[in-house]
Ligand binder design. Structure first.
Ligand SMILES: [Zn+2]
Length: 240
């Protein structure tokens, strides 16, 4: 981790970063939201032990992310670190989450993304570990609010290889299963990314139940098309 410095008079800036200082007020607001989201996810048992990580874009190339080893369900402000997209973080010896490259990939590939959540919700993780895609096109509200979920092929967690595999799916999806690993969602803000994680896990639970009952009743192509049109319109209007 490279050296960083604080400039309190005009905001906070990471040494060597090309963009200007970041407002301390904005940082404080986002840290509060990240702590709330961590608690929200933990209460739904989407994390085990120290797994999972959260980030939020502060400005063009700055993000706040959970530090390496942080407990997502018990976050404190010190567990959230300011970094640039190069991975340089504020604070001597402070390391960002080991999954930083996943978060960076989302912000680099999608300018509309301002929040990323990586989590391990149990049913979604079971689908990921069984390498079974969540692709049954049967739940209208899920298709509109979350869209199709991508299944990203396995690569070692924490590697650029995994981030590169995620990049291939980022432009067409907002929710992802990481094979044998977990789930990831992106959003225009933390609330949307958290909502999408909840939808993704709900989708997995319902899909599992449907499979136990029999074959999913898949929607017809014209019905799917009209749902996708609704999704496009809602996205354009900023509703989802
Ligand atoms: Zn992970």
């Amino acid at each position: 981790m490279r050296k960083v410095q604080r400039r309190r008079a005009s905001g906070t800036q990471i040494k060597g970063s090309s963009s200007g200082p970041v407002s301390p007020k904005r940082i404080a607001e986002l840290k509060k939201q990240m702590i709330e989201v961590g608690d929200y996810l933990a209460k739904r048992q989407y994390h085990a032990a120290l797994a999972g990580n959260i980030s939020a874009r502060v400005s063009g190339d700055h993000l706040l992310c959970t530090r390496h080893g942080a407990d997502i369900g018990l976050l404190r402000p010190d567990d959230i670190v300011l970094c640039d997209l190069g991975g340089h973080c504020l604070g001597e010896g402070i390391l960002p989450t080991s999954e930083f490259s996943l978060h960076r990939a989302a912000y680099e590939e999608r300018q509309d993304v301002a929040a990323v959540i990586h989590s391990h919700p149990p049913t979604a993780l079971a689908f990921a570990a069984a390498s079974v895609p969540l692709d049954a096109l049967m739940l209208p509200e899920m298709l509109v609010l979350l869209g199709p979920v991508a299944l990203v092929p396995y690569a070692t967690p924490g590697t650029e290889d995994l981030a590169d595999r995620l990049r291939l799916f980022l432009h067409a999806h907002d929710g992802f299963l990481l094979e044998n690993h977990g789930a990831l969602t992106v959003g225009k803000d933390l609330a949307q990314a958290a909502l999408r994680m909840e939808l993704l896990e709900h989708n997995a639970r319902i899909t599992l139940l449907v499979r136990q009952l029999g074959k999913p009743f898949v929607l017809k192509s014209e019905e799917l098309e009209s749902l996708m049109e609704i999704r496009r319109m809602m996205k354009q209007q900023g509703d989802i």
